[in-house]
Design a protein around this ligand. Structure first.
Ligand code: SAH
Length: 366
């Protein structure tokens, strides 16, 4: 059952139209936004400065509960390489401050999505990793999200709702939002862009555009459209290989938009926006992790300034690839660094709690 649209899917100007239709002054829209994003209430009844009959109209037209959480799981700090949790029942424990925490939400049609909260207490930041779709159509070999295809797009309200639930869990406004959960953001372009505008809106959470990252597996038309948006939002591109053949072997999307086309689109994007793309590169033992491949990557990325984010493979049941040895990853990293490519080797926090894309959802579905 898909019920009333979520209030979290509306921009202030759309709320103003609703207010006018209801014979209310437009400043009510700002008041509602403040209740939702400033005070973070989850019911219209709590919006005390709104007239009661207007609150009733809001209840009639919109849902006010961001999302329904079914379970959450937190990282067990000392447990570095073992699977932190064996059964879903154990996932019910709430996370403590400073720990990566994964939330599983059940949508109104019973579908499941995941959201991850990644605090960095030392830097004083909180990153929220959100999903853009239920499932994913692109089927990257190493990713749990796409193993069963795509079910549906999320609405803007469901996307913003994830951030709001995370904000409630944290008890504060998140600083960073990354579209690196389940699904392909550019396969749900309009809802993703709308959610970006809502999250970025000064009357709402006011998350800086540069603090929002959209990550794509290489949907070229999406990159081309994104270049025209005039937004300061960050773009990440999941590359994962330095050549067409290797990329096609792990990312079927490469058959639709080959790497040459992808790199051309990235060059145009960089030129048009003056923004620096981050290339995501998941390191998989004996597939894409050799020093020769690192050199090939250097050649590929010579065309324009960019960053590279190396991600150790987070093992998933559906894929028998392995994470390379630490020394191999270091050698890969060093080759890029020596070529003056700004590179990070990401701490794979997620893998300890089965937070790699789509894993929690796929376990619940089995
Ligand atoms: N569809 C988008 C965003 C989702 S995934 C995209 O492909 O960019 C976010 C990142 O995590 C992507 O770079 C993805 O390839 C990577 N990823 C997915 N599964 C992984 C795994 N098991 N181990 C390491 N990285 C993974």
């Amino acid at each position: 059952m898909i019920d009333k649209p979520s209030i979290y899917g509306l921009l202030p100007e759309e709320l103003e139209v609703f207010c006018k239709e209801q014979g209310q002054p437009v400043f009510r829209a700002k008041q509602i936004f403040d209740w939702l994003y400033g005070k973070r209430v989850s019911s219209f009844d709590e919006m005390k400065n709104l007239p009661a009959p207007f609150r009733d109209q809001l209840v009639k037209h919109f849902g006010s509960q961001p999302l329904e959480e079914t379970s959450s799981l937190r990282r067990e700090a000392p447990c570095r390489n073992a699977v932190a949790f064996q059964t879903l029942e154990k996932l019910e424990t709430k996370g403590e401050k400073g720990e990566t925490q994964k939330l599983l939400f059940q949508l109104s049609d019973q579908e499941l999505i995941e959201t991850v909260i990644i605090p960095a207490p030392r830097r004083g930041t909180n990153t929220i990793c959100i999903s853009a779709q239920v499932g994913c159509r692109f089927g990257c070999a190493f990713c749990a999200s796409g193993q069963k295809g795509v079910i549906r797009n999320l609405t803007a309200g469901e996307i913003v709702g994830q951030v709001m639930e995370a904000a409630k869990e944290l008890g504060e406004r998140p600083n960073n939002v990354v579209f690196m959960g389940i699904g392909e953001p550019f396969d749900n372009y309009d809802a993703v862009m709308k959610s970006v505008r809502i999250l970025n809106h000064p009357a709402g959470l006011n998350i800086g555009a540069r603090k929002i990252t959209v990550s794509t597996c290489g949907v070229v038309p999406g990159i081309e459209r994104f270049a025209e948006e005039g937004l300061q939002v960050e773009l990440s591109v999941s590359l994962h290989a330095p050549d067409e053949q290797t990329r096609s072997s792990i990312m079927p999307v490469n058959e639709t938009w080959p790497m040459t086309e992808l790199m051309d689109a990235c060059a145009v994007y960089t030129e048009k926006t003056n923004r620096i793309i981050t290339f995501e590169y998941t390191l998989i033992k004996d597939i894409n992790d050799s020093v020769e491949q690192a050199h090939e990557l250097v050649q590929l990325l010579r065309r324009f300034p960019c960053r590279v984010n190396l991600i150790p493979l987070s093992p998933v049941e559906e894929f028998d690839g392995e994470c390379p040895e630490s020394e191999t990853m270091q050698a890969f990293f060093q080759t890029l660094e020596n070529a003056h490519i700004n590179t990070t080797l990401r701490d794979s926090k997620g893998s300890k709690l089965k937070a790699a894309c789509g894993q929690l959802r796929s376990r619940r579905l089995d």
